[in-house]
Write a protein that binds this ligand. Structure first.
Ligand code: GUN
Length: 292
């Protein structure tokens, strides 16, 4: 078994981005600027947004964090997005999900200018992805593609099973794995909560992407020997013996599954850092498209 080290691969990509941003600076070109919006004080969201802002800083990308109280109205958030859409200095806009229940996520996502939608959540970008046209690919599946490419994992002709059909991860992941191109050309099965004989599907897979958000759901007896296992899950599970009071668990029972795999991502340190690298890549791309 070998570990798909997202921390190492992510760092290599971020360094490459840093060099490209520095090159833009020497050429007198615009430096990318990301606007991140955080509503409320969800612990995990605060950590993720903090990590994204810090990664921007390290790559020389400008970032502005707009942090609002949890009682923000949808109207107020839409107004903020309109301002950021109209601000020529802003290249990318990210609204951290989930949002408080008084705010409709679909309305917020649709309000973001698709050309600044570095999360790739806007229906226009999801449509472009489906047709294999250039747009923005959601950061988590894009990060997984970059990770598979970094480790030169062969995907062509393989059976891939994606568990979870979210708009953010599972569904776009299934499209990317089936498309012609890098980390593609797989025969893909998209499994979800209503799938019958789930274990049989997973046991057939050469590549498993677990993105259902249930800690340690994927067990050793579901995995074919030699499979590549990508664990997208990152759930905080109470553990009073930890200083933080919790530990992070993936969707895969790592200790029992890993001996069977050819490659596997750890949690943390697998998909998470790749998501951040992919976001930076999208932000740089947005800046290049908007300003050359
Ligand atoms: N919440 C969970 N994942 C993501 C993500 O990739 N982007 C945003 N904006 N929110 C999320």
């Amino acid at each position: 078994m070998q570990v798909l080290d997202g921390k190492k691969a992510g760092q290599a990509i971020r360094e490459e981005i840093r060099l490209q941003v520095a090159q833009r600076l020497t050429e007198g070109k615009k430096i990318p600027h990301l606007a991140a919006i955080l509503v409320g004080n969800n612990g995990a969201s605060t950590t993720y947004v903090g990590a994204k802002v810090k990664a921007c800083e390290e790559a020389g990308i400008r970032s502005t964090l707009h942090h609002f109280e949890s009682d923000l109205t949808e109207f107020q958030l839409l107004e903020k997005i309109r301002d950021l859409n109209n601000d020529p200095d802003i290249d990318g806009i990210l609204v951290q999900l989930p949002l408080p229940k008084q705010i409709r996520e679909e309305e917020v996502i649709r309000a973001i200018d698709p050309e600044k939608d570095v999360d790739g959540f806007h229906p226009i970008n999801q449509g472009l992805l489906m047709q294999g046209l250039p747009g923005f690919i959601p950061a988590t599946p894009y990060g997984i593609v970059l990770l598979l490419q970094h480790y030169k994992i062969e995907t062509t002709g393989k059976e891939a099973v994606v568990i979870g059909r979210s708009n953010i991860v599972g569904r776009p992941m299934s499209i990317l794995l089936s498309q012609p191109g890098p980390a593609g050309n797989c025969t893909v099965t998209l499994c979800h909560s209503k799938t019958q004989n789930l274990n049989e599907h997973i046991r057939r897979a050469d590549i498993v992407v677990a993105a259902l958000g249930q800690p340690e759901f994927v067990k050793a007896d579901m995995i074919k020997a030699g499979a590549v296992v990508i664990d997208v899950g990152i759930t905080r599970v109470d553990n009073p013996s930890k200083k933080s009071g919790f530990e992070l668990k993936g969707d895969v029972d790592f200790s029992n599954v890993s001996p069977l795999c050819s490659w596997i991502t750890p949690v943390p340190g697998g998909v998470g850092p790749m998501t951040i690298a992919a976001l930076l890549q999208n932000t740089l791309l947005a800046c290049v498209r908007r300003n050359n």
